[in-house]
Structures are given as structure tokens and as C-alpha cells.
Design a protein around this ligand. Structure first.
Ligand SMILES: [Zn+2]
Length: 125
């Protein structure tokens, strides 16, 4: 009997979120903020940022990559983290939470997350 090897793309790595905070928080000029990040087993999206502007406090929740759908496997936890950290940055502007501006915010943080991620891993295929 031959054992078939799965050609499916494996789930993304599950990096240490505190290490990502330590690396990216100073780069994003958020050194005076308290940022907590944690994996969640049940989250409606890959990531979620909750920002308390006056307290300079943010919670970044990342959906545990072991629970991502295979269609999401081309993404990475770090890129999702950068997307959510972008929301922390823009949260400082206290933009309206709903409506057309929110779509623009999503487009902005997505573009920045891709650019930042590509900057770090530009030498990798
Ligand atoms: Zn978003």
C-alpha cells in the first residue's frame, strides 16, 4: 500500500506574538503604547484590533493559524499582525468606525501591511 503525501499547502507558522510586538512596535513608532497580542481559537476574521486611544492601549487578536481555512494558507500570521498594527496606527486618528471611511482604512492598512512585510522578506522568494 502506498501512502499518499498531501500536496496541500501546510497551515502557516504560529510565531511568538510577543516577539512580533517587540520587533514591530518600535518600528511603527508606537513605543509609548501598551500592545497586547494573543491567539484566539474562535475569531470571525484572521485578525482583530481593539484600540483604546486615550489609554494608548491596544489588543490585537489573531485567529490561531491551526484553525485557518486552507484558502487562507497563503497568508502569514506576521502579515495579519502588521495589518492589525496598522489599525492601531490609524486608531490614533479616531476615524469614524463605520461607513466608507472604514473601507478606506482597510485598504490603507492592507497596503501598508503588504509593503512592510515585503520590506522584511524582500530577499526571500
Ligand atoms: Zn482590517
Amino acid at each position: 500500500m502506498t501512502v499518499k503525501k498531501s500536496k496541500a499547502t501546510p497551515a502557516p507558522d504560529r510565531p511568538d506574538l510577543d516577539a512580533l510586538i517587540a520587533e514591530w512596535q518600535p518600528r511603527m513608532k508606537l513605543g509609548d503604547w501598551t500592545i497586547i497580542a494573543k491567539y484566539e481559537t474562535h475569531l470571525g476574521s484572521r485578525g482583530l484590533a481593539t484600540v483604546w486611544i486615550r489609554r494608548k492601549h491596544a489588543l490585537i487578536q489573531i485567529h490561531d493559524p491551526d484553525r485557518w481555512e486552507p484558502s487562507e494558507f497563503s497568508d502569514t500570521v506576521e502579515r495579519v499582525f502588521l495589518h492589525e498594527l496598522g489599525h492601531v496606527q490609524l486608531g490614533r486618528l479616531d476615524l469614524p468606525a463605520h461607513g466608507e471611511v472604514n473601507i478606506h482604512e482597510e485598504q490603507i492598512v492592507e497596503a501598508y501591511a503588504h509593503a512592510l512585510y515585503a520590506t522584511k522578506y524582500a530577499s526571500r522568494p
